[in-house]
Design a protein around this ligand. Sequence first.
Ligand SMILES: C[S@@+](CC[C@H](N)C(=O)[O-])C[C@H]1O[C@@H](n2cnc3c(N)ncnc32)[C@H](O)[C@@H]1O
Length: 347
Amino acid sequence: MGKKNLLAANSNKNDEFYTTYEDIKKELVNYAKYFKGKVIYCNCDDHNGIGLGTPKSNFLKYLADNFEAFKIKKVIATHFEKDRDSSSMYILDKDNSGDGIACLEDIIEIPMKGNGDFRSPECIKFLQEADIVITNPPFSLFREYVAQLIEYKKKFLIIGNMNAITYKEIFPLIKENKLWFGYGFNCSMIFKTKYRNTLETNRKYVISRGYNPDENYIKTPAVCWYTNLETRKRSEFLNTGKLYYGYEHMYPKYDNYDAINVDKVCDIPMDYEGIMGVPITFLDKFNPQQFEILGFMDRQNSYQLRTKVYTKSDSPKYNDLNRGGAIWIDGLLKNTYMRIFIRKKEN
Ligand SMILES: C[S@@+](CC[C@H](N)C(=O)[O-])C[C@H]1O[C@@H](n2cnc3c(N)ncnc32)[C@H](O)[C@@H]1O
């Protein structure tokens, strides 16, 4: 499968990308204290497990394996049966076998009335009962999925693609501190998929991580954990050691917007009080006590922060130049990487 087809698979409405136990463990272990006494709901779980060797998702397995250690109250997992009228659900809330430990073997399966669509009234009832939602939702429904979590005021820890940051439904949530990033940010994750992995470098990476590419394990770049659970990194103060005053030539101002351009997060000047245009990867270091986010340069210019609006006289290809985060400094196209506008808070 070529790169193009892999991308197509990514955007397929039936995107079946199964998360590995290893990646789930790496992230979830950081939030153990939040799980105590809580009802956890995995609402886009999957139990068909294309070749995973288990009918239960790795999310459910990990939570069951740590049910006692994390003192979880209950785990509910529902999955979508797109070609059937009804699905089934898994519940773990106690030691049913009587061996003294509530774990994987104590999970009970209960038939559902509906097909397990996370938007169905039946699933919304479980959502209302839940304290925290944890899953890897279908990427094609990411906007809708997050909107529902926000509407029901749920705590969540979910996997999403980095591209979602720029969605007009997602970025405002980041800006308003209703959603931020977990420990895994812009990382390469390996998923079990339906697709054959025929990309040589991808296969090499998969092997280097101990997975077999012939079993349809595929590396996917730019994956993030999106959450509204507090993280340690979110309260760490960024200190790059860099200064603006005395080094002004390093930080040119935009042509028509009163902000300086910073090309790398590690170059953000600590003494600049005005607006700075920084790379999107800044979000991994964002501490809302230290900085505020003002907007970003986007295609629609929804935030009115585009640095220059082009006309035909600028270039016959002016439409292209208006795309993305085109930055103009001294009349020259600087680059087309997106920039987020931030400002230091007074501390
Ligand atoms: C990216 S996969 C992840 C599966 C599993 N959570 C994991 O990480 O291994 C997303 C899952 O959501 C399911 N799905 C698609 N549409 C859904 C819907 N409307 N409601 C619930 N689940 C859905 C897909 O069938 C797929 O199994």
